[in-house]
Design a binder for this molecule. Structure first.
Ligand code: NIG
Ligand code: FE
Length: 411
């Protein structure tokens, strides 16, 4: 058999176990030293030792130089598509104006809503496409992308169509999430329930056009209550969507508990999750998506309690939360460093978080996050001596080459 590509002389091949990995499971990371991987027709076709690889035939042979190879990273929470930017808010932040205060005054998410409404589908498509290229360069081969900056039928559908076009383009795998209830638009300021009704009405259309697989809601003081979130999640599930929730990011409202009770696929942020919420995560099926880049960017000192969550048995993953206001980075490697430095996650936990557990949080565990014979050949060659090195050396791009379905897309 002649393979399409053979990566040989791999110092460490990262082989996350099938997940979701909870608690103790997150602490183990399988590494094959002196390894080689062969790819055929976009899939992993052979995994063996460097010595065995000398016999293998392949069209392209890549010397990994004793460095690290991993599955493509998975970013399970991004706000990929938006208009404009919010650099003007930096001065407000420096002056100590809280995030929810900026939103209350019509800035924050609402200023991005205005900019997104003003941009055409093609403009948004082009801009998000550039972000995707950067994400790929950082080693991400699968991600989730949310709407939520339209807040009306026309503009939410516009954002979701951009995601659909990017998905159809096929360079990266993208899971689409409808986040209609992301903020209350000015036209519904006095009637949040009326706005929620509008978003619930949109669900059937999104479903029939297959524009999203998941829904999401921002459950927070001054945005949507736990009861409103329950109503929206229930309506979503009745139509066959899987659900996510921005929960307990700033105030501890009980969104984490709600997520587990409703069987949500993930509960995201969780900085202010209660002890009760954390115990529920450990017992339930909901994956905890932690976003330390957001806490960092909002200038807060309290990070999500990753240690407590993992030690109690929850399945934890990490994501960028890439968006124009609360976390302006598309570099998941930076998030891996913050997870180590600010949340005391170990390198093993971090790698499991950004591969197998991230794939679980977006329903892609059959397609991403692990490397076995038959897995998608989504691979990253890292310019590092060992897997512990990436969280350690922050702020630079360590990805030397990235393959998606066996095709080289970076490096
Ligand atoms: O996940 N918290 C709500 N939504 C985003 C921020 C969106 C924005 O500020 O534009 C988040 O942090
Ligand atoms: Fe978010």
């Amino acid at each position: 058999m002649s393979y399409d590509t053979l990566l040989y002389n791999i110092g460490e091949l990262i082989l996350p176990a099938p997940g979701p990995l909870k608690g103790e499971g997150m602490k183990q990371l399988k590494i094959k030293e002196n390894a080689a991987v062969a790819v055929k027709d976009g899939k992993v076709a052979w995994i063996g030792s460097h010595e065995e690889s000398i016999q293998q035939q392949a069209e392209t042979k890549v010397d990994a130089g004793g460095k690290v190879v991993s599955p493509g990273l998975v970013d399970p929470h991004t706000h990929l598509v938006f208009g404009g930017s919010r650099e003007n808010e930096l001065a407000l932040k420096q002056a100590g104006v809280p995030y929810l205060e900026i939103l209350k005054k019509g800035g924050g998410i609402l200023s991005t809503v205005q900019a997104t409404r003003e941009e055409s589908e093609d403009e948004l498509f082009e801009k998000a496409g550039r972000t995707l290229q950067r994400m790929a360069a950082y080693g991400v081969t699968t991600l989730e992308a949310k709407s939520g900056y339209g807040l009306d039928r026309e503009n939410e559908l516009k954002q979701l169509r951009v995601v659909q076009r990017l998905r159809d383009q096929g360079s990266l795998d993208i899971v689409s999430t409808f986040l209609g209830p992301h903020a209350i638009p000015p036209e519904y300021k006095q009637d949040p329930d009326g706005f929620l009704d509008e978003m619930v009405k949109l669900l059937a259309e999104i479903r029939s056009e297959n524009l999203a697989e998941y829904t999401d809601i921002f459950c927070e003081t001054g945005v949507f209550t736990v009861e409103q979130s329950r109503r929206f999640m229930k309506a979503s599930q009745e139509l066959g969507f899987r659900t996510k929730i921005h929960a307990d990011e700033i105030d501890s409202l009980g969104g984490t508990e709600l997520a587990v009770d409703m069987g949500a696929a993930s509960a995201d942020h969780l900085v202010a999750a209660s002890d009760e919420g954390i115990s529920k995560l450990a017992e339930g099926q909901t994956v905890a998506v932690l976003l330390p880049g957001t806490t960092f960017y909002l200038g807060k000192n309290e990070y999500a309690k990753a240690r407590k969550m993992i030690d109690q048995g929850a399945a934890v993953t990490l994501a960028t939360d890439f968006n124009p206001g609360s976390c302006v980075t598309d570099n998941l490697q930076m998030i891996m460093s913050l997870a180590a430095l600010k949340m005391k996650m170990t390198p093993e936990e971090i790698w499991n978080a950004v591969t197998v557990n991230a794939a679980h949080a977006i329903g892609k565990s059959d397609k991403a996050g692990t490397l076995e014979i038959g897995s998608a050949a989504d691979l990253v060659l890292w310019d590092v001596p060992n897997y512990q090195y990436i969280p350690y050396h922050y702020g630079v791009n360590h990805a030397l080459a990235v393959w998606k379905h066996g095709r080289k897309i970076w490096g």
